[in-house]
Design a protein around this ligand. Structure first.
Ligand code: BJW
Ligand code: ZN
Length: 272
């Protein structure tokens, strides 16, 4: 594939102008400039744990208190965070293109809700949301913005390596508020080894198969099934543009455009 860099933003504008159906795939990097830690690399640690080691059903079964401390901390970070210039540029592009009768959809791996906070409406959350809980007993899913999410987690979840685990008894962890259920709640997110919601996945595949331009912003593109989306678009001959501070090995060879740099700068330029 032809590879172009930041200096060719004009060539990108030509393609962008003509496209009628754009899908934007985002990952943790789009929220990095809002102060949300990414998963991989040096920022991906909470205490001595790699974030990805806590995002598993096994970790939750072994130590629900520890995993809830981790999610409580992240909920508080996200509730205090604001969308950055990349989120805003995507929301503005959606408004502009929709008014022109063009399709503009964000498919995000992020659980932080910042695309919605920025004003995007066409957002598909592949991996769930930090602001939703699910009951292990009755499966009830509901939005929850309580801060703290329960009294026992107040002031807990501090990320520095020397903080010790609180070992909160499960009865004091977040519990189901539906009727008299009182089951243990978990974050309504998709952990490793768990299936994505089948309706959400089908919708993502439908959007990807209908787009005529695909943007990939701030994802290492290593986690499936999302990692297969851009390659599937490229296989149809659709132009794919990546915005990242570093090249993602898994998608780089199929790119039409690569804009290296912080997406808070590169995305507003490209979508202007
Ligand atoms: C910037 C920037 C700036 C920084 N500007 N850029 C096929 C092959 C191999 C394995 C599998 C496979 N199919 C399934 C699997 C297993 C697994 C998987 O993919 N493993 C791989 C690691 C190999 N997948 C699953 O388990 C999925 N389920 C599934 O497939 O079900 C079927 C199944 C069932 C049973 C067994 C096997 C399969 C589920 C995946 C769920 C992922 N969940 C998480 C946690 C969500 C909850 C939470 O937040 O706590 O989702 S893990 C984590 O990774 C999170 C993210 O959404 C996801 C992706 O990470 P992302 O967004 O790419 O972040 P980073 O940190 O990796 O990258 C940041 C990027 O930004 C970097 O590139 C930076 O350079 C860049 N950046 N600052 C621009 N300012
Ligand atoms: Zn319940």
């Amino acid at each position: 594939a032809k590879r172009v860099c930041l200096s060719d933003v004009k060539a990108f504008h030509e393609v962008f102008k003509k496209s009628k159906n754009i899908v934007v795939l985002t990952g943790a990097g789009v929220s990095a400039e809002s102060g949300i830690p990414t998963f991989r690399g040096s920022g991906g640690f909470w205490r001595k744990y790699q974030a990805t080691d806590l995002a598993t059903p096994t970790a939750f079964k072994r130590d629900p208190s520890l995993v809830w401390e981790f999610y409580h901390y992240r909920r508080e970070v996200v509730m205090a965070a604001s969308p950055n210039k990349a989120h805003t540029a995507l929301a503005e592009a959606e408004r502009r293109l929709t008014a022109e009768g063009r399709q503009f959809n964000v498919v995000t791996q992020n659980v932080d809700g910042l695309h919605l906070k920025a004003g995007s409406s066409n957002v598909l959350e592949l991996h769930g949301s930090l602001m939703k809980t699910r009951c292990l007993k009755c499966e009830d899913v509901r939005e929850n913005r309580d801060s703290p999410i329960c009294p026992a987690l107040e002031g807990r979840g501090l990320p520095d390596v020397n903080s010790c685990s609180s070992s909160i008894p499960t009865e004091q962890l977040p519990r189901c508020q539906s009727g008299s259920c009182n089951g243990l709640l978990r974050p309504h997110v998709v952990w490793f080894g768990e299936n994505l919601d089948s309706g959400v996945l089908a919708e993502a595949e439908r959007l990807l198969s209908a787009c005529d331009l695909c943007l990939v912003i701030g994802t290492s593109s290593v986690v499936y099934p999302a990692a297969a989306f851009a390659p599937s678009a490229a296989a149809r001959g659709i132009p794919v543009a990546e915005f990242n501070i570093e090249e993602s090995p898994t998608v780089h060879d199929l790119l039409s455009f690569y804009f290296k740099g912080p997406c808070g700068t590169t995305v507003p330029e490209a979508l202007s």
